[in-house]
Write a protein that binds this ligand. Structure first.
Ligand code: PLP
Length: 354
């Protein structure tokens, strides 16, 4: 640390991204990326784009991709803001709305909520998940302040019904309710429709998981025109050109190619269900994830050991040190081929052969 560092930055525990090894080719099932290539329509559109365009600034309003997202969700363009990954949308939202009063989120959830709260000096309340890892909806209902929820939840993959979301919206009429839908496509769900009825709802989502564009960095926020206009104020005070030219083109095509999107999503969901069944038959406890990953544990091997042994055998999964989930590993759903290799390796490890 330099002698110039502020107290907040000095004390912060930054978000730790999953490993992104650049040296060796692993079967990479650790950061919930999509195993399938982005839509061909997107690839063709960028390869036809002259790089000459990059000498000019990109469209700060990201007009075409904004319109395409609005069209996909059946809202107006003024209800949508595109961002540099959904992490940026979350950061803008925490900056714009969470300073007022307290802000609550679960103990086991996306790690960035805690990090943003710290860096923006936000007063937080942690509401632990129930013993079965379900969201404690009653406790959230009673809590007075802003609410941040990932649905399906990060790390557990568990899904909360629309009924619960409506309860939270109704019990917090004077606070923002942020629903992070990074994995919602894999649950065949979105709360976006509710933004027409509830002016306190902010839905945030991403192209990183269900649309195969993690490295292009594209996310979005959907809410009332007033909320989006507040978020835009933050964006134009921070990073006006937040979505680069190539990403705008890729995103527009990726969201327009509905057929290819549905095909990939359905394949991932089918693989997820088959992996759940296979792991259960091997004696694993598997949470009923509706996301593109599953959290699983086995009484014969610790989460950390399984993670390490899989890594030695060329497969990367994610292990978290948090006390409540340290016995589990989180496995991203890959292709069927990757999943077959994974299952074979796990069998070998459990038999003590690997
Ligand atoms: C992956 C993820 C994000 C961030 O995605 P970006 O790549 O920044 O768009 C946000 N929330 C949750 C719950 C995630 O798992």
């Amino acid at each position: 640390m330099s002698r110039f560092c502020t107290e907040i930055v000095e004390s912060i525990l930054p978000y730790v991204p999953g490993e992104q090894p650049q040296d060796k080719a692993y079967i990479k099932l650790n950061t919930n990326e999509n195993p399938y290539f982005v839509s061909k329509m997107a690839v063709e559109a960028v390869s036809g784009t002259t790089l000459e365009k990059l000498k000019l600034y990109n469209d700060p309003e990201a007009t075409k991709v904004t319109n395409a997202v609005a069209n996909y969700y059946g809202v107006e363009s003024e209800n949508v803001l595109l961002t540099n990954g959904s992490d940026e949308a979350l950061a803008f939202a925490f900056m714009a709305f969470c300073k007022a009063g307290k802000t609550a989120f679960a103990d086991v959830t996306y790690g960035f909520y805690k990090v943003y709260s710290k860096i923006f000096d936000i007063d937080t309340t942690i509401i632990p998940l129930q013993d079965n890892f379900a969201l404690n909806v009653d406790a959230f209902e009673k809590f007075v302040g802003n609410v941040v929820i990932a649905n399906p939840n990060a790390q557990t993959g568990l899904f909360e019904s629309q009924e619960s979301i409506i309860k939270l919206l109704k019990s917090h009429p004077n606070n923002i309710v942020i629903i992070d839908e990074a994995y919602a496509d894999f649950a065949y769900y979105s709360a976006v429709e509710l933004t027409k009825q509830f002016d306190n709802l902010l839905v945030i989502s991403t192209f990183s998981k269900s649309r195969s564009l993690a490295g292009a960095r594209l996310g979005f926020a959907i809410a009332s025109k007033q909320i989006i206009s507040d978020l835009k104020k933050v964006k134009y005070s921070f990073n006006p050109y937040n979505v680069n030219t190539l990403t705008q083109i890729l995103g527009e095509k990726a969201v327009t190619d509905v057929e290819y999107f549905s095909l990939c999503r359905d394949k991932i969901v089918a693989t997820r269900e088959s992996l759940k069944a296979q792991l259960k038959s091997m004696g694993f406890e598997v949470l009923d994830s509706k996301a593109n990953f599953i959290l699983a544990k086995h009484s014969a091997i610790s989460g950390e050991t399984l993670y390490k042994k899989l890594k030695d055998n060329g497969i990367l999964v994610r292990h978290f040190a948090d006390e409540r989930i340290c016995n589990f590993v989180r496995i991203t759903i890959g292709t069927d081929e990757q999943t077959n290799v994974l299952v074979d390796k796990i069998k070998g490890i459990l038999k003590g052969e690997l």
